[in-house]
Design a protein. Structure first.
Length: 337
């Protein structure tokens, strides 16, 4: 079985492509930089997949990449939580979905896996999301781009296309080519402090997510919607887990959610003029402080999978952050020994 993976040099895409290769699939990547693909796949213990040069928003290159494929995993996305990157997020996330999903449907592929986002279903202060949650009326740029792309995917599904939509939570784990959003946040939590505030996060290991995506690409679940968010942790529970796995006490700072969201608005303005490492934007702070959780029960039952203990995921992510030079060994405590 030949499977095209878009976003295959990213965190989720590379792990998904490697898992498909381990399942015996012939994997193809649509990439802008073949040299980067060679670097990204070194740690995975699989041969570099076939690479087609192109971009998800370029219809001719997508058509070439899909030639002879049986399934596609569309994992390419731009996670841009700053308001000034709205146009960039729309182009990658919406136009890319239009081109890839539309061409896959036209070619009659047996499985079209679209990696959506919990942000597409997120309503601030609303109930936990599930597979039956409606698309949110998002106001922030990134969430709006994912919500628009989500509606495109759902329309194809309702028309009878074999679309399987995945909703990941906060994805952590090792071997991250670009230090993605949640691994970046994890570094900040250990290095600076954990804000004891409202909300929390659903932590999912990238390796578990990759196994679920591979199962969907291989048709082990019917077309439909699959929440893949992992266990929900309050921010206090996150701090306690970091203490447990590192053997050192991370700093805790009690902060009201409203204050963090206000600071996020200031961060949106400041990032136009100066770069700083703290993940401070209004959208990020809204997710962090008003997230109510997500229910992955149906996904796990349908695919016959389980999510690993988040302590294992956080520990492996921190070990990798040290190995990759993103985190000083002393901050990882006993994990760096």
């Amino acid at each position: 079985m030949r499977v095209l993976v878009t976003g295959g040099t990213g965190f989720v895409g590379s792990h998904t492509a490697a898992e498909l290769a381990r399942e015996g699939c012939e994997v193809r990547l649509l990439v802008r930089d073949p040299a980067k693909a060679a670097r990204v796949f070194l740690p995975h213990g699989v041969s570099l997949p076939d690479c087609v040069l192109g971009d998800v928003t370029d219809a001719p290159s997508v058509s070439r990449a899909l030639l002879g494929c049986d399934a596609v995993v569309h994992a390419a996305a731009l996670v841009a939580l700053e308001s000034y990157r709205a146009a960039e997020a729309h182009r990658t996330n919406v136009e890319g979905a239009e081109v890839v999903l539309g061409e896959a449907r036209r070619r009659g592929l047996s499985s079209i896996v679209y990696v959506s986002s919990s942000a597409a279903l997120f309503r601030a202060g609303g109930p936990p999301i599930g597979p039956d949650s409606e698309v949110a009326d998002a106001s922030s740029p990134y969430a709006r781009s994912k919500a628009t792309a989500e509606r495109l995917a759902r329309a194809l599904l309702e028309e009878g296309a074999p679309v399987r939509i995945s909703y990941p939570g906060g994805v952590v784990g090792p071997d991250d080519p670009g230090l993605s959003e949640m691994n970046h946040t994890l570094r900040v939590l250990v290095r600076d402090f954990v804000a004891l505030t409202s909300g929390g996060v659903n932590v999912v290991d990238v390796r578990d997510l990759a196994r679920a995506h591979a199962a969907l690409a291989l048709g082990r679940g019917a077309p439909g919607r699959y929440v893949m968010a992992g266990p929900f942790l309050s921010w206090r529970e996150v701090a306690d887990l970091l203490d447990a796995v590192t053997g050192r006490r991370v700093r805790r700072v009690p902060l009201p959610g409203a204050l963090l969201r206000g600071a996020g608005r200031v961060g949106d303005v400041a990032k136009r003029f100066v770069s700083f490492d703290f993940p401070l934007s209004h959208e990020a702070m809204t997710f962090a402080t008003r997230w109510a959780g997500a229910d992955s029960t149906k996904t796990l039952e349908t695919l016959g999978l389980r999510f690993r203990d988040p302590a294992e995921s956080l520990a492996d992510a921190l070990r990798w952050l040290v190995r990759a030079g993103h985190l000083s060994p002393e901050l990882a405590g006993r994990l760096a020994e």
